[in-house]
Write a protein that binds this ligand. Structure first.
Ligand SMILES: Nc1nc2c(c(=O)[nH]1)N[C@H]1C(S)=C(S)[C@@H](COP(=O)(O)OP(=O)(O)OC[C@H]3O[C@@H](n4cnc5c(=O)[nH]c(N)nc54)[C@H](O)[C@@H]3O)O[C@H]1N2
Ligand SMILES: Nc1nc2c(c(=O)[nH]1)N[C@H]1C(S)=C(S)[C@@H](COP(=O)(O)OP(=O)(O)OC[C@H]3O[C@@H](n4cnc5c(=O)[nH]c(N)nc54)[C@H](O)[C@@H]3O)O[C@H]1N2
Ligand code: SF4
Ligand SMILES: [Mo]
Length: 908
């Protein structure tokens, strides 16, 4: 089915097929290395996840390949507290010694490994084997605990296994798609485009359920602004409605499920009538009836869900409430039907396969006596862990309490991403031994005084497999040489295993060796009893592994490349092979608002940044979409608090605080706030949002409730706003607040401060790293500008300060940072502010591919009434490449249409 790639090494092969390192859509990428450490990037037309398309993040991968920010050598902390280069041999020895000694003195549960859905399956497999089989502890967990744990737990409760039943093609074949707790237009853009294409073809109805109106919600036929945490009530109401309107599939229920009667009774208790559901969920009765009717009347229905479902104190119940309605209608595992959990990270699914979670063993096996025995025999493990380990949040609590003394972190930045991030930092600093395997030389976790840091191969260099949301295993292949002394993560783990005396168990020579073992374990004594089965791949030779085409599991026999769905004919992985209906507990937020903390803080993602920005933060194009950390607030809440659009807001919770810019949005509910998670201490002065987030977890899955923390918000007036442009990173800024953005040719810092022109003047030399600069001071006007140039006359840095009521924009100026030369007129105009449109506001970038900003689009729409997305594409090229901005283009078009209406029809 899929084109095969020839088995040739990267040096001779100009184009390498690989997989995008970002989201769980798992798009195929063609990388053409330029021989100088870079590569041009295109979508792989033959990859069944994307058929050649890439979103804005995938398209910009080529901008993120530089080595400037990379960690290239092992580094160890010396007696003087400083980090110094170490060799791999010593590094491996010190891990083996620290872990060995800790286990000897305090037992195996005093050590832990914290992994990531961005590791390859082979890395993940190796880490899990070392911990659970040879160190004797199941204290190995992953950032997937913050991400997919509720889906895993919900699947296991309903199906007896962690099985995603459907495939992406279901979105092409559905008549109704429900997106709940998912901003797919921004977070799974290529899958969303696929859905949009299907809608254009067959008129698929789209229902979006989210407390806040997102770019995804804007596209919906029906948008349901559910109150935070009330999804189970909404779905209980749906189940009851389906029963009352004779829409249940009794044949399927009788043959393949148990527990409907109880669950239906529970649903009726939770959702006695439409009025009650409307009251609890905040969705109007009319909209509820419309949704329920759509669901009842469209057999081909898919319900996709993501973090608005998983990251809740009742996340597992939400997952089961969704699965319940699909089981009750028999709409599962058939074309165009099913519950569909969208995975976040590129290898979230692979981590689940190997047992990266502390409450799973390996290859979808659990801590049952039979399975413990089976894995022990397969690994010939001397001390297999016999019970579940600590889940991420509990693991970090054990670290803080001193019960875990040695920790290995790999591929994740917990000092930013864990709830109560501030306290987590202290916990990390208290460890007897902390080792961090990283791609980058500095981030917030690396500031937590690790004893050892290990350079890991990054995307483009590493080699192995990842599994996407539809269970499709794809190869990530190396197209760049390993830089410095960076090594694969699996290799570092294997070295430690061998140093501890387990030569045979960790004798792998390649990722292919690890993959074969992983596949063999999935096949071991399986005989169809476990969903996860790669029997057909266990005998791949190296050449076949090299050319392995994307394939969906299970792969029960060699050469089996068919796409598969699960459960159309039952055969669940429970003891009686029947699925379980699960009755959700009453829905309430773990923490309610109070007079001290009157807002509920929701957190999540923006279109063009990835998590803590260690990769996307390197791309100027991606930085231009939403360059400043912000909080969205309803205009009426803002007015009450004196908060202005673009002004600074101080956010405070019971745990911590942050300062971000306000964005007024009617898409936000009153009393609710939304802030993105991406900024850290590496990219902002104090916008690390997880400092605020409460540490409350779902009782079943252990996943933290990242989307509902009570907080207070307050306007934070400052006297001056400004910016600094610099070719080199700036280490000293006399600003109370700043945020950093990658720019072509250097970096930009947006600042806020109470210090005026005279004070800034005193700091300029330190900021610009030279005493040779030109300046313009208007102290009474509150204006200060300084600029430095190199011998060729090109701009090397600039400092701009204005009163906060009249901030200058850097949009025109920042291009000068990349320019090699600048005319003398240009230099003079620069400081006077008369340059070619240089300090006129240009507004946010909408199309990252062709650098088209919102004002440019607004202008085009104003000059050509009735222009649609296609016409904007012709006029400005906007939206014609990756398409990630199409929802935003449509929104601007709608806004323009409303303006036109308003001018045609005078208000009564
Ligand atoms: N651009 C970009 N894409 C990404 C990522 C990224 O960092 N950047 N990260 C990837 C990863 S790891 C993940 S896990 C996915 C996450 O993908 P998504 O889950 O789509 O993204 P989020 O923004 O975390 O949250 C989704 C939505 O849940 C809503 N929500 C909050 N509370 C509730 C609630 O109680 N009920 C309902 N129904 N909805 C609620 C939020 O308002 C938000 O719009 O994205 C992946 N893709
Ligand atoms: N409040 C709130 N908090 C959240 C969320 C939320 O929605 N709200 N979302 C949660 C979710 S779903 C997720 S997935 C997490 C993500 O949170 P994190 O995993 O902490 O975020 P990343 O920035 O992806 O961190 C990955 C790190 O690993 C490094 N790295 C990348 N590839 C490799 C590799 O191959 N090997 C090694 N050794 N290192 C590598 C990168 O440089 C980076 O420093 O955040 C969670 N936290
Ligand atoms: S949708 Fe974008 S981020 Fe996700 S895998 Fe595809 S190209 Fe990468
Ligand atoms: Mo995630």
């Amino acid at each position: 089915m899929n084109a095969q790639i020839p088995p040739v090494a990267p040096t001779v092969q100009p184009v390498m097929r690989t997989t995008c390192p970002y989201c769980g859509v798992g798009c195929g990428v063609l990388a053409s290395p330029d021989g100088a450490g870079g590569a041009s990037i295109a979508g792989d037309p033959d990859h069944p996840a994307n058929f050649g398309r890439l979103c804005s993040k995938g398209s910009a991968l080529g901008e993120t390949l530089g080595l400037e920010t990379r960690l290239l050598h092992p580094m160890a902390r010396g007696r003087d507290g400083r980090m110094a280069r170490a060799d791999w041999d010593t590094a491996i020895g010190s891990i083996a010694q620290a872990f060995g000694k800790t286990i000897e003195t305090h037992g195996p549960d005093a050590v832990a490994i914290y992994l990531s859905g961005q590791l390859l399956t082979e890395d993940y497999y190796a880490a899990n084997k070392l911990a659970k089989g040879f160190l004797g502890t199941a204290n190995v967990d992953t950032n997937s605990r913050l991400c997919m744990a509720s889906s895993v737990a919900g699947h296991r409760r309903a199906f007896g296994s962690d099985t995603v039943p459907g495939v992406y093609a279901d979105l092409d074949e559905a008549d109704l798609v429900v997106l709940i707790g998912s901003n797919a237009a921004w977070c799974h853009p290529i899958l969303f485009r696929r859905l949009e294409a299907a809608r254009a073809m067959r008129g698929t109805k789209l229902v979006v359920i989210d407390p806040r109106r997102t770019a995804t919600g804007d596209e919906a036929d029906l948008f349901l602004p559910v109150n935070p945490g009330k999804d189970t009530v909404l779905f209980a109401g749906l189940l009851a409605w389906l029963a009352d309107h004779d829409a249940l599939d009794h044949a399927y229920i009788d043959a393949h499920t148990t527990g409907l009667a109880d669950t239906l009774a529970g649903a009726r208790a939770m959702a006695p009538d439409i009025a009650a559901v409307a009251r609890e969920t905040g969705v109007s009765a009319a909209d509820l009836v419309q949704f329920y009717t759509l669901f009842a009347t469209h057999e081909r229905a898919v319900t996709c869900y993501s973090q608005g479902v998983n990251q809740s104190a009742q996340g597992t119940d939400k997952v089961n409430a969704i699965i319940n309605v699909h089981l009750a209608t028999g709409r599962i595992g058939r074309p165009g039907m099913g519950p569909f959990s969208l995975t976040g990270q590129p290898n979230a699914m692979g981590g689940r396969e190997v047992g990266g979670l502390a409450n799973q063993l390996a290859a979808h096996m659990n801590f049952t006596p039979v399975e413990i025995d089976r894995v022990r025999r397969f690994w010939q493990a001397p001390r297999l862990a016999e019970r579940e380990g600590l889940k991420a949040v509990a693991m970090f609590e054990a670290i803080a309490a001193g019960r875990i003394k040695a920790l290995w972190i790999m591929g994740t930045n917990p000092a930013v991403s864990l709830p109560r991030a501030g306290a987590m930092r202290e916990a990390l600093e208290s460890l007897d031994f902390l080792v961090v395997s990283e791609n980058v030389a500095s981030n917030d976790t690396l500031s937590c005084r690790p004893h050892l840091v290990l350079p890991a191969l990054a995307w483009g260099e590493k080699d192995g497999t990842v599994t996407n949301s539809e269970r499709r295993i794809s190869r990530q292949r190396a197209f760049l040489p390993p830089p410095g002394e960076a090594r694969p993560d699996w290799w570092a783990i294997a070295q430690v295993g061998r140093r501890l005396g387990f030569d045979e168990a960790f004798a792998w020579r390649s990722a292919a060796d690890v993959f074969r073992e992983h596949a063999a374990l999935s096949a071991f004594e399986n005989d169809g009893s476990r969903d996860f089965d790669l029997s057909g791949l266990a005998m791949l030779d190296d050449a076949a592994f090299n050319i392995m085409a994307p394939v969906q599991w299970p792969v029960r026999s060699a050469g089996d490349s068919a796409d598969k769905r699960f459960f159309a004919d039952g055969h669940f992985f429970t003891p009686d092979h029947r699925a379980r209906f699960v009755t959700p507990k009453p829905a309430r937020l773990a923490r309610e608002t109070s007079t001290d903390f009157p807002f509920i803080l929701n957190t999540g993602r923006i279109r063009d940044q990835w998590h803590t920005m260690t990769r996307t933060g390197l791309s100027p194009r991606l930085g231009a979409h939403l360059p400043v950390p912000f909080v969205e607030i309803h205009p009426s809440d803002a007015t009450k608090l004196g908060i202005e659009h673009g002004g600074l807001v101080s956010l405070r919770s019971a745990h911590g605080s942050a300062v971000v810019e306000a964005r007024l949005s009617v898409g936000q509910k009153r009393g609710a706030l939304f802030a993105p998670i991406h900024w850290s201490d590496a990219t902002s002065s104090n916008a690390r949002i997880n400092d605020l987030v409460a540490r409350i977890t779902d009782p079943v899955s252990g996943q933290p409730e990242s989307k509902a923390t009570p907080v207070a918000a307050m306007a934070l007036p400052v006297r001056y706003r400004g910016f600094v442009l610099s070719r080199r990173p700036v280490t000293e800024l006399p600003a109370t607040w700043w945020a950093k953005v990658a720019l072509e040719g250097g970096a930009g810092y947006l600042t806020a401060t109470d210090l005026g022109p005279e004070e800034w003047k005193r700091h300029t030399a330190k900021i610009l790293l030279t005493s040779d600069y030109a300046e313009y001071v208007d102290a009474p006007g509150g204006v200060y500008r300084a600029a430095a140039f190199d011998e060729a006359g090109a701009l090397t840095g600039a400092v701009f300060l204005s009163p906060s009521g009249a901030p200058a924009s850097w949009d025109g100026l920042k291009a000068l940072l990349a320019a090699r030369t600048l005319s003398s007129v240009g230099r003079r105009n620069l400081l006077s502010g008369r340059g070619e449109g240089q300090i006129t506001p240009r507004g946010p970038l909408v199309c990252a591919c062709f650098a088209v900003s919102a004002p440019q689009i607004e202008q085009a729409l104003a000059s050509e009434s009735g222009a649609d997305v296609a016409r904007l594409g012709q006029l400005l090229r906007a939206g014609t490449n990756c398409g990630s901005c199409v929802p935003e283009l449509k929104k601007l078009i709608r806004q323009r249409a409303m303006l036109d209406m308003a001018t045609i029809t005078p208000p009564a």
